[in-house]
Ligand binder design. Sequence first.
Ligand SMILES: [Mg+2]
Length: 288
Amino acid sequence: VSEQRITEWLTARAGRLPRGFRVGIGDDCAVYAPPPGQELVFTTDMLVEDIHFTRATSTLSEAGLRCLTRGVSDIAAMGATPVFALLSLATPRSMTEAQVLSFLSGVLRGGVPLVGGDLSTAPVITADITVCGATPRGRAGLRSTAKAGDHIYVSGPLGASALGLRTKRGAAWQRHKNPRARTDLALRLRQHATAAMDLSDGLALDLSRLCLASRVGAELQALPIFPGASESDALFGGEDYELLFTTRRPMQRAGLHWIGRMVNDCRSRIWWQGEELPAKGWDHRSGT
Ligand SMILES: [Mg+2]
């Protein structure tokens, strides 16, 4: 696999430099001047073959898209808009150049300009993506700022990815294989959310993280479940990449699902149907 040819392929695919960039792929560094009044947010995410995906169940292009989505979903959770990505990619020596380009085309399918990166070899596909997003200064949404009494929402029905992984069929399987981040909700989050995060590891675990960060508890009173999924898929299944957020006042908007209220609780417990919900969910170390 020739790094030079892959760089040329990426440069040709990228077209014009994204707004604000003076230098993109091809030099030692990319050079970017953020617009005045903007604040930049950064996240980095690893995608490792046989941990986060397998080649038996995902195409290389689907794995590439998932790699980007994991980062972009974190950007969306801050109420920010993705601006660019950097990718370090290590692939087995047995992979052909066409296979590497297939993975990269999946990354590009996510629609975020790739402005730099590094290529290397490893026993399994190992991708580390950095995504940068922008928000108006001081407006990034945190997970530590929910208050008791706040209303809790999710941006869509839950459990699709877990259902898809189990059944390998239908719309749920497509959702699992081609996850999309909810960047469409960035502006709404900035206007209304008191706290926000993305659902990468399941509602129970991610909500418990939000509760711990905000030093409150939560009382779940409704659970939107993806058609065909189980309650357990919706509570404990990972990789839905919907957004979880809280608001001071109730919101009536199509596509948003009210699921309960934040409550005073110094132990940050979550209650569902009269019982304490265990803070368990998707464990990346247990494999896919
Ligand atoms: Mg996250």
